[in-house]
Write a protein that binds this ligand. Structure first.
Ligand code: C2O
Ligand code: CU
Ligand code: CU
Length: 492
């Protein structure tokens, strides 16, 4: 080998080593939790004469002061960053007037909601600038922590990262009759966790070298607040965690590994609380936990030691070695007593897999599902209304992915050849898939049918979704076949 070539190899491997060595991040122990946690306001609503609960959401741009003294351009709903928490009761009819005050078209998808395809807010329900889209549906699912965010094909990562996201809480009689913390913002706390990178006070969007998962930030926001604290006045505190990061998989635990009760997955309450010390959530997933506080205690919620199931190289460049202090819970010197947690919560609502009509296979590779990129006018799966299906999903790639299905909640009946771990034993709409792992999901499609309007399934690492790692299914009546979805449907 010539001297020049040798020098080249040495320089390149030096650069790679430097990139590798500087690719992990830690905010552990350097955070003072000086800011007070922002709590997204509950959305106001009006009840119309026919009983419909009506909400108003305005998509708008503005600026946000994440660090004092600098204003970052951001977007939000009814404000400059994130959005209000919508809340409705099972059985209630809801209507949301969504006005797009942005300078570009977008959409608003109700992640986790069971609803007609035309109301889903995916890439077929685009809202032009200045237009208003008014979906309505009847809430028909158990109490749960759902969320909403834009879904414009090819630009979801960008719209979500700018701040367009909010929570939608469903209540029902079964959940309300249980002695669980339920005072919003007091002992029932929404935590929208996102990673962000601020450069000169602005949100930076650049993907770093070797970041096959997409964008990874170097700080965490909780409800739009950098490393906040929350003053707590009750013995038991319920935390509703949402991973709203665009690519990062978080592993939440307390700094002292204090145990907590895990009570709900994406689709609602578990049959019984599970005692856990750490919880992995990939983008789009939610979990509800209940933490017992001691008088005067300071409990630091941390995100570290995530198990991505990847090799050392991919782990490093997928954020797997990063460590964050997320927030601090500060208990008052005297706490209001809370009732004991119930030992039983609610019966499972997802099918158990005993009545499967159709089995489908999905192979995830970089930017593709079943070797194809998303096409707006191609229906990939036609599902008969009222049937249960088994979806066998495999990550055939060396990179982390996850899998989200619109309209339904599924049950995980097999995870990598074994029964699912505790954190996956509830109703789910999104699941993490380490490389070379297969999961088996069962779900029932209760309709209504609409052969012409597809729902999506996709990787919820939003850059992957934008690249085309998404497919479409329609729900039809028995004997009916799929129609032809239009390229776009625009509300204006
Ligand atoms: Cu959270 Cu297809 O979405
Ligand atoms: Cu969704
Ligand atoms: Cu992916």
């Amino acid at each position: 080998m010539g001297a020049v070539a040798l020098t080249f190899v040495v320089v390149v491997s030096g650069i790679v080593t430097w990139v590798y060595a500087s690719a992990d991040i830690s905010t552990v122990g350097t955070t003072d939790f000086g800011r007070t946690l922002n709590i997204p306001p509950l959305a106001t609503s009006t009840v119309e004469p026919d009983g419909t609960r009506a909400f108003d959401l305005q998509m708008q741009s503005g600026t946000t002061e994440f660090n004092s003294g600098t204003q970052a351009p951001t977007s939000g709903f009814n404000g400059s960053y994130l959005g209000p928490t919508l809340r409705a009761e099972r059985g209630e009819k809801v209507r949301v007037r969504v006005r797009n005050n942005l300078t570009e078209s977008s959409s608003v998808h109700w992640h986790g909601m069971h609803l007609p395809a035309r109301m889903d807010g995916g890439p077929h329900q685009m809202i032009e600038p200045g237009a208003t889209w008014t979906p309505e549906w009847t809430v028909a699912q158990p109490a749960s922590t759902l969320w909403y965010h834009p879904h414009p094909h090819g630009a979801t990562e960008d719209h979500v990262r700018r701040g367009l996201a909010g929570l939608f809480l469903v209540d029902d009689a079964a959940a309300s009759s249980l002695p669980l913390p339920r005072d919003y913002g007091v002992d029932d706390i929404p935590l929208i966790v996102q990673d962000v990178r601020l450069r000169d006070g602005r949100i930076d969007e650049t993907h770093g070298a070797f970041r096959d998962v997409g964008f990874l930030g170097d700080q965490l926001l909780v409800n739009g607040t950098l490393a906040p604290h929350l003053d707590v006045g009750d013995e038991l505190v319920r935390l509703r965690l949402l991973n709203a990061s665009t690519a990062r998989v978080h592993n939440f635990h307390f700094a002292d590994d204090k145990p907590f009760a895990f009570i709900a997955t994406d689709g609602g309450l578990l049959p019984q609380p599970e005692t856990m010390t750490a919880l992995r959530l990939s983008p789009g997933e939610r979990a509800e936990i209940v933490v017992r506080m001691l008088p005067g205690e300071r409990a630091v919620l941390r995100d570290s030691d995530v198990d991505l199931g990847t090799n050392f190289w991919t782990t490093r460049f997928s954020g797997g070695d990063d460590r964050f202090d997320v927030m601090e819970l500060r208990a008052a010197a005297q706490l209001r007593p809370s009732p004991e947690l119930p030992t039983h919560l609610v019966a499972p609502s997802t099918p158990d897999g005993s009545d499967v009509a159709t089995e489908r296979h999905f192979s995830l590779t970089f930017g593709k599902i079943n070797n194809a990129e998303m096409a707006m006018d191609r229906v990939d799966a036609t599902v008969v209304r009222g049937t249960t299906e088994k979806w066998i999903v495999r990550n055939d790639d060396g990179t982390p992915h996850n899998f989200h299905v619109h309209d339904v909640q599924f049950r995980v009946i097999d995870y990598a050849g074994a029964p699912p771990p505790a954190e996956l034993r509830g109703a789910k709409d999104t699941i993490y898939l380490p490389p070379n792992t297969t999961v088996t999901l069962v779900m029932r499609f209760d309709g209504p049918s609409d052969p012409n309007t597809p729902y999506m399934y996709h990787c919820h690492l939003l850059w992957h979704e934008d690249l085309g790692m998404m497919g479409q299914f329609v729900v039809v009546e028995p004997g009916q076949s799929a129609g032809t979805p239009t390229g776009h449907h625009h509300a204006n």
